[in-house]
Ligand binder design. Structure first.
Ligand code: SAM
Length: 275
């Protein structure tokens, strides 16, 4: 078939709470497509009713992704335009989408993202924690081994970390983070774009004490580790090395001990240098 006759798959971002957060372009695309593939058709129907759009819908969720993919590809191949939406935010971000996108690429079907709300990006930009480099982890795995590996990754990461968490799992996630984070800054972004939107800032201990019976949807933003590797520290001058620990609030005696350990020298040598 002539490629030009194929349809387009639009990846349409929808609001994450506040219904005003839908773009004019997203509304137009939802009106123009032949069909909408939705994670939960009942959920999307509420949005469509609000926008006064009536459109055939097909469910496309984690448990029928593979079967539905083939149907959708068939429709796209005969020239139908399809919008993919998830329950909230950007499709494909901790939501279904990856499978159909891969298949479309294989079949040379055009994919067009329609930008809009995404919880992680909005939590990050309002957090006050560095946006320069970040790692999006999504939900922490539940499997013990992979969860431990992820926690180790977070512990050592110098980049800002972004986590999603379901309300009923927040407590256990915060408890696991407490074991690895020490004094790093954390922001818990709650109920973004909704009436009870708030940002709870502090160390992990402070966050735990402030979130006893908290409810809602959450994104966790975690400051990157400022811990330096031994070889990085040893490239510093002794004064820089000293000030690195001083900034962490350590006492002179403790600093000298640490420098001596990092550099594998006797602590008296370091002590002599600084007097
Ligand atoms: N696709 C979505 C996006 O673009 O952000 C994410 C979907 S994921 C299944 C749902 C998770 O996103 C929630 O458990 C929560 O961590 C986060 N989330 C979604 N909406 C949120 C909101 N309004 N406030 C805070 N977190 C939210």
């Amino acid at each position: 078939m002539d490629e030009k006759n194929k349809g387009t798959l639009y990846l349409v971002a929808t609001p994450i709470g506040n219904l005003e957060d839908i773009t004019l372009r997203a509304i137009r695309i939802l009106k123009e497509v032949d069909q909408i593939a939705a994670e939960d058709t009942r959920h999307t129907l509420k949005l469509l009713n609000h926008l006064e759009i009536s459109k055939p819908m097909i469910s496309y969720h984690r448990h029928n992704e593979e079967v539905r993919c083939d149907n959708l590809i068939k429709e796209l191949k005969i020239g139908k335009n399809i919008a993919l939406v998830s329950d909230a935010g950007t499709p494909g971000i901790c939501d279904p989408g990856e499978e159909i996108i891969k298949k479309c690429i294989e079949e040379d079907i055009t994919i067009v993202p329609i930008p809009g709300a995404c919880a992680m990006i909005n939590a990050l930009i309002a957090s006050g924690i560095s946006t320069k480099e970040f790692t999006f982890i999504g939900f922490l795995p539940l499997n013990k081994k992979t969860r431990k590996e992820k926690l180790e990754e977070i512990k050592n990461s110098k980049k800002t970390i972004i986590l999603y968490e379901a309300p009923h799992k927040l407590k256990s996630t915060l408890e696991d983070l407490e074991k690895i984070l020490e004094e790093r800054k954390i922001v818990l972004a709650r109920e973004l774009t909704k009436i009870h939107e708030e940002y709870i800032r502090g160390t992990i201990k402070e966050i735990i004490s402030k979130t006893e019976n908290i409810k809602g949807e959450f994104v966790l933003i975690i400051e990157g580790s400022s811990k330096k590797e031994k070889n990085e520290l040893n490239d510093l001058t002794l004064e820089e090395h000293y000030s690195f620990y001083e900034k962490q609030g350590l006492e002179k005696k403790e600093i000298i001990k640490k420098i001596a350990k990092d550099r594998n020298v006797n602590k008296n040598e370091i002590y002599q240098y600084f007097i």
